[in-house]
Design a protein. Structure first.
Length: 74
């Protein structure tokens, strides 16, 4: 099942690097909401959750990605 889910790659890691550069600003936000469209492996949402602990909404058209996300949360 794992190979049917978009795995983290260059674009994922580039976004994580950009978020890390703005982490001080992001931590100052009150009641942050994070929406990830096309969560794939959920790598970015997991990073955000561990770093900022916001309210998160993750979506994907790939049912395997959503099933994987559901298993991780339960």
């Amino acid at each position: 099942m794992k190979n049917k889910i978009y795995e983290p790659s260059e674009d994922t890691f580039s976004l994580i690097e950009a978020l890390e550069k703005d982490i001080i600003y992001l931590r100052k936000q009150k009641n942050p909401i994070f929406i990830e469209i096309g969560c794939g492996s959920n790598y970015i949402s997991n990073f955000i959750k561990k770093t900022l602990n916001p309210f998160i909404i993750s979506t994907d058209i790939n049912t395997f990605a959503l099933q994987s996300l559901t298993r991780k949360e339960n």
